[in-house]
Design a protein around this ligand. Structure first.
Ligand code: NAD
Length: 379
């Protein structure tokens, strides 16, 4: 019987790689799901709920892992965890493949098949497996909720007998998955919303959500989207024009949410200290790019800093702060991917190594790091 192991995450990670719904589906497929006791607690999935859907609750991580064929995890597991699996077992997780190379190599040396969910190709067939989207969407939502909580004023305009409360002006920088959800959330809360991006395709998306689009729309802007749908790094000349536009716009804003990223590069620097100082005291910036260096010059990862009355938050795991939804969606992403590797008739693992989803996510196999983006030049 194919056995799937799920263990508790490291401290500070409330998410879990399985949900009652996915346990039910995996069990119905004839697979055995072993979950470490308490692993779902921070996502409010009790052992009883998971067991009721067919999971076997293991008292320790070691007992969940021992001899398992597949290991599902949120963050990168330790080599010791992976060594407890069956030789050549499949590990699917958000492996942060570009971080801690030595740790990744140690993991590869276990001989496990390592699959990085972040590398899932962004094609229609894999939409249900896209962990970056499922988690970024929640992060965009939570960024606005956190900003509203930090902001000492209301977001919607309120006309009361005692006077009028003005609507908060909210500016979203970077309109990918997180930015679009941030716009929608801020609009629902009644804020006046504007947004910027360098990809022309976002202009219509911003307008359709009822926000105002602001950008330097020159010739370079028209070419700023790659074939894969991502932003390109912009020229120094464009950055200068963009900085002037942002400087004049940001000083009137109450809340700024930044989400701008370029794959494989540090986050573009969009808000300087001078721009922060031009904002009114009490304004709030939530920088979702904190993990990659931040879009704001003053951002510090995992901290809220205050500069001349402006609060700047650099959260690192906002999706994890909505753990019930984040875990449910992440577990569904994993289930959808795993289904492509299961022979339902035989109730056995059957990996098609030529499948672009497998090729796209495969980081290591047979003890070696194999992903093209992780090959060292000269190695
Ligand atoms: P991302 O996290 O890489 O970047 C966030 C946003 O920052 C992007 O919109 C980007 O254009 C913007 N940005 C980069 N540099 C900037 C700058 N200097 N100034 C302002 N904005 C800047 O993006 P994402 O959320 O992963 O989405 C990237 C693309 O992938 C989008 O087109 C999205 O629609 C697409 N996508 C496709 C699928 C799919 O087909 N399955 C799934 C999800 C997303």
């Amino acid at each position: 019987m194919v056995t799937i192991a799920v263990t508790a995450e490291r401290d500070g990670e409330p998410r879990v790689a399985v949900s009652p719904e996915t346990v039910k589906k995996l069990t119905a497929m004839g697979l055995l799901v072993k979950v470490q006791k308490g692993a779902g607690a921070a996502s409010r999935f009790s052992d009883e709920q998971l067991a009721a859907q067919g999971a076997e609750i293991a008292p320790t991580a070691g007992e969940a892992l021992g001899g398992a064929d597949v290991f599902l995890k949120v963050g990168r597991p330790t080599a010791d965890e992976v060594k407890a699996l069956k030789p050549g077992a499949i590990v699917a997780a958000m492996l942060s493949p570009y971080d801690d190379r030595a740790g990744l190599e140690a993991l590869a040396e276990t001989g496990a098949v390592l699959m990085a969910m972040e590398f899932m190709p962004r094609i229609s067939r894999a939409q249900s497996m896209d962990v970056l989207s499922s988690q970024a969407n929640l992060a965009g939502y939570k960024a606005v909720i956190d900003a509203a909580a930090m902001f000492g004023q209301a977001l919607p305009m309120m006309m009361t007998a005692a006077g009028t409360v003005p609507a908060a002006k909210t500016f979203i920088m970077g309109v990918g998955v997180a930015g679009l959800q941030a716009i929608a959330t801020a609009r629902r809360l009644g804020a006046i919303v504007s947004a910027t991006d360098v990809r022309p395709a976002t202009k219509e998306q911003v307008a359709s959500l009822g926000a105002k689009f602001i950008a330097v729309e020159d010739e370079e802007f028209k070419q700023a989207q790659t074939a894969a749908g991502y932003a390109k790094p912009m020229s120094a000349e464009y950055q200068k024009k963009q900085a002037e536009l942002v400087a004049s716009h940001i000083k009137g804003q109450d809340i700024v949410i930044t989400t701008a990223l370029i794959p494989g590069r540090p986050a573009p620097r969009l808000i300087s200290t001078v721009m922060v100082e031009s904002m009114k005291p009490g304004s709030v910036i939530v920088d979702l790019a904190a993990e990659r260096g931040g879009n704001c010059e003053l951002t510090q990862p995992d901290k809220v800093v205050e500069h001349k009355g402006v609060s700047i938050a650099g959260p690192l795991n906002l999706a994890g702060e909505v753990p019930v939804n984040a875990s449910s969606l992440y577990a569904k992403n994993l289930l959808a991917f795993l289904e492509t590797m299961i022979d339902k008739k035989e109730k056995a693992l059957k990996v098609n190594w030529d499948d672009e989803l497998v090729k796209g996510t495969l980081v290591a196999r047979d003890g070696r790091i194999v992903h093209p983006s992780l090959q060292r030049t000269g190695a």
